[in-house]
Design a protein around this ligand. Structure first.
Ligand code: ATP
Ligand code: MG
Length: 134
């Protein structure tokens, strides 16, 4: 089993769809190993999105992800990283297949509703930003 970090972004909280998105992950068979509501500090956002520093969309991304509370979850199961990425759909909701979370809930790239770690190494790094061992 492996674990991955999921964020239900501020747009998911504002639109009150967190429950139904979490239900999809649970229905698939993933286990919620940790979960909390929090508002990211600029420092946490910079650590989370360090790989994108300097890109044209970086400042907007940091502004958006810190604009309100997010739900952070650790989901655990066989192939959890890839499974969650597949369930999320393409980064740009315009390209996300119907039936995926972004395909069903999002319309624009900057408000794509959900984050999931893109590798096991990213998952380990990201889980440590949000959760302690306990
Ligand atoms: P996330 O990391 O949020 O799960 P992702 O791994 O599918 O998304 P990344 O390439 O890591 O995509 O981009 C991080 C976020 O930055 C995306 O979710 C999106 O909101 C934003 N983003 C990425 N590329 C662009 C772009 N070209 N224009 C605007 N925003 C972008
Ligand atoms: Mg990413």
């Amino acid at each position: 089993y492996e674990s991955t970090l999921v964020l239900l972004k501020p747009d998911a909280v504002r639109r009150k769809v967190c429950g139904e998105i979490i239900a999809r992950f649970e229905r698939k068979g993933l286990t919620i190993s940790a979960m909390k509501l929090l508002t990211l500090t600029p420092e946490m956002a910079a650590e989370h999105y360090a790989e994108h520093k300097g890109k044209p969309f970086y400042l907007g991304l940091i502004e958006f992800i810190t604009s309100g509370p997010v739900v952070a979850l650790v989901l655990t199961g066989p192939n959890a990283v890839k499974m969650v990425r597949n369930m999320m759909g393409a980064t740009d909701p315009a390209n996300a297949a119907p039936g995926t979370i972004r395909g069903d809930y999002a319309a624009i790239m900057s408000k794509n509703i959900v984050h999931g770690s893109d590798s096991i190494a990213s998952a380990e790094k990201e889980i440590a930003i949000y959760f302690t061992e306990q």
